[in-house]
Design a protein around this ligand. Structure first.
Ligand code: GGG
Length: 360
């Protein structure tokens, strides 16, 4: 079916990356083809980029010199995974994903977690109505700011420092973003997470800025948690939480916990957003490249598909996003899932099932 006249075209950079990335991105692209054909209201103009560990082996670099010029005009970046057993993780992450997040000021990393019908939580007490969270992760600072170093290399007295950087500017903007997420949700509840009892500088600054920004959102209820106590609350009182905001490191860890409580990290999406829209935002799974199962065709494609749903929402294709998410939920409810969700299907089987529901 031809694309309807008047349809909008979006420029998308596709970076499948490493390991299972090409498999899950490939699955999502298949569904996107179906959505474009069926709806006829939008078109995605892809630029496929081979920025990966294989490129690093061949050319010595993950990113080409002109990567910013390539990405900047795009409406979104659709990303698979990064990580290769033969490359230290801090090299692959710092050579590919972190420069994009930092240079493009994708300061809000949004990680929704909810229990999709048919997906069981490993926690017996956790029912679907108990778990509907959005974790907002500060995405540019903290321990991931790249500040630190090593001295006395290879000596017994070698020292490695990892400075956690927190600026009032970045804390303020992530709180504004988190409050704006919270106020659009029915419960209007924001929990912020720090470790300001033990860490008495940057984390105390987080606390102070939280209460300052809160004054501008009087209709949102805010509460504060220390990160250690937060893990317990997530496990034992999931229904007491809604929107959560935390530092880069804390939210990275808490969102893996959240995804596991919701059933599997294989379904969790992550959007690295520049809310100003000056730069493109990146949409990817929370999970990494899973080299142990790469190439076997058994990776769960749902996290990458859900990330693509978030990308469609971001570019404004809400109908396509809703149709796809409903299809994902129907497939999971029917038990057509990969082994991490207790099913027996492979990547292709789940993808086919999603496509069939959309096409019917
Ligand atoms: N699909 C995303 C991915 O490959 N992530 C790898 C990773 O280690 N990410 C760390 C982070 O999100 O900060």
């Amino acid at each position: 079916m031809p694309i309807a006249t008047g349809s909008k075209t979006y420029k998308i950079a596709v970076i499948p990356g490493d390991g299972i990335g090409p498999e899950t991105v490939g699955a999502a692209l298949e569904v996107l083809e179906v959505l474009q054909r069926i709806l006829g209201t939008f078109k995605l103009d892809y630029e496929h980029l081979d920025w990966s560990s294989d490129r690093y082996f061949a050319q010595g670099k993950y990113l080409p010199d002109d990567w910013m010029e390539v990405l900047k005009p795009k409406d979104a970046i659709f990303f698979g995974a990064v990580g290769h057993p033969k490359v230290p993780d801090h090299i692959s992450l710092w050579e590919l994903l972190l420069p994009i997040r930092q240079r493009f000021q994708q300061y809000a990393n949004v990680r929704p977690s909810r229990m999709i019908k048919g997906v069981k939580s490993p926690l017996a007490n956790c029912k679907p109505e108990d778990l509907d969270w959005v974790i907002v992760r500060e995405n540019t600072e903290g321990e991931y700011a790249g500040q630190g170093g090593r001295t006395h290399i290879s000596q017994d007295w070698e020292i490695g420092t990892e400075l956690a950087i927190f600026s009032r500017y970045a804390i303020r903007r992530i709180f504004h973003f988190a409050f704006q997420v919270a106020e659009k949700r029915p419960r209007k509840l924001l929990t912020f997470v720090t470790k300001s009892n033990a860490q008495r500088s940057g984390m105390v600054l987080w606390d102070e800025v939280a209460y300052e920004v809160a004054k501008e959102y009087p209709h949102v209820t805010m509460d504060k948690m220390l990160v250690d106590a937060m893990t317990t609350r997530m496990v034992f009182k999931p229904a007491s939480l809604d929107t959560i905001v935390a530092t880069n490191l804390h939210a990275d860890i808490l969102s893996d916990l959240a995804a596991s409580i919701a059933g599997s990290i294989g379904i969790a999406p992550a959007s690295s957003i520049d809310p100003t829209r000056k730069y493109p935002s990146t949409f990817e799974s929370v999970h990494g490249s899973a080299p142990d199962i790469a190439g076997q065709g058994i990776a769960n494609p749902i996290a990458t598909m859900w990330a693509a749903v978030e990308m469609l929402e971001w570019i404004g294709e809400h109908d396509a996003a809703r149709i796809w998410m409903e299809a994902i939920e129907e497939v999971c409810a029917a038990g057509t899932t990969t082994p991490d969700l207790g099913g027996t299907e492979n990547t292709a089987g789940v993808t086919e099932a999603v496509k069939q529901i959309i096409e019917k």
